[in-house]
Design a protein around this ligand. Structure first.
Ligand code: ATP
Ligand code: MG
Length: 242
């Protein structure tokens, strides 16, 4: 490898975004969640979106624990982060971000995005959510500002339909595309609503949720093939959710 190649590789692997000849080049996906625990639904969906949208990297951003509230099935943020770290370690495009846990307390997505914009100057940000989360978008803090700061990528999820989004006024003009997504006639639709750009992605469905995994562990049922073996071992060794 030449010195130049090594230099380019070093820049590529560094955390700063590259600006070559004035062209900003990095596409950064962000998947926020409680990851309690992380499972194959998260990982498969993130990989599908990475490939479809040609993202350079996806940051997995576990939320911090709610202050003064250590719920029975809510292990410390450090356990949830560690499980994300283990689960993402085999994919060079996936990375754990501790931005919310380090900040502590309640994190609003808008604050997280503003920090990530500072830390990854020049990157195009793609905030990835399942349909279930996006349906609540108008309850999120400063949601209009948030939608204007990054592209949202909305993923199909078992139990939810894209046409459910017609209840959101700015999505209503896209009713036709939304029903085509549900019908499987479209696998993706880029919806522009004013200054918002929303990518709706009909992805292969994984009927997996963290709630179901916690319930299974508590009931002594198998969680094999719902999450990576390494995460299963971590749950057993640390007696989580039992
Ligand atoms: P819980 O049952 O505790 O709410 P969860 O499985 O929904 O857990 P979260 O950490 O809440 O996982 O999810 C983080 C993000 O990943 C959300 O935007 C959610 O919609 C999305 N997501 C989670 N599981 C899936 C899945 N199986 N398919 C598509 N999206 C998913
Ligand atoms: Mg959830």
């Amino acid at each position: 490898m030449s010195a130049l190649d090594r230099g380019v590789a070093a820049i590529y692997n560094s955390k700063c975004e590259i600006d070559i000849g004035g062209r900003l080049s990095r596409k950064l996906g962000i998947l926020g969640g409680t990851f309690n625990p992380i499972h194959f639904g998260h990982l498969a969906a993130a990989e599908e979106v990475r490939a479809r949208l040609q993202l350079d990297r996806i940051l997995f951003v576990p939320s911090s624990n709610p202050p003064h509230k250590q719920e029975e099935d809510m292990p410390s943020a450090l356990h949830r982060m560690e499980m994300v770290r283990i689960a993402t370690s085999g994919n060079p495009s996936f990375e754990l971000s501790d931005v919310e846990v380090r900040r502590g307390g309640k994190s609003y997505t808008i604050d997280t995005i503003e920090i990530l914009r500072q830390n990854h100057r020049g990157a195009e940000l793609y905030f990835i959510t399942g349909l279930d989360s996006f349906l609540e978008i108008r309850t999120w803090n400063r949601w209009e500002k948030l939608l204007s700061l990054c592209r949202f990528v909305v993923l199909s999820r078992p139990g939810y339909r894209f046409t459910d989004l017609e209840g959101i006024d700015f999505m209503r003009p896209a009713a036709h595309e939304l029903s085509n997504l549900d019908a499987g006639k479209l696998s993706e639709a880029l919806i522009r609503a004013g200054s918002f750009t929303i990518c709706c992605e009909q992805i292969p469905l994984y009927d997996i949720s963290s709630t179901d995994i916690r319930r299974r562990v508590k009931a002594g049922m198998s969680i094999k093939y719902l999450l990576p073996d390494t995460v299963e071992i971590y749950i057993i060794e640390n007696k989580l959710y039992a």
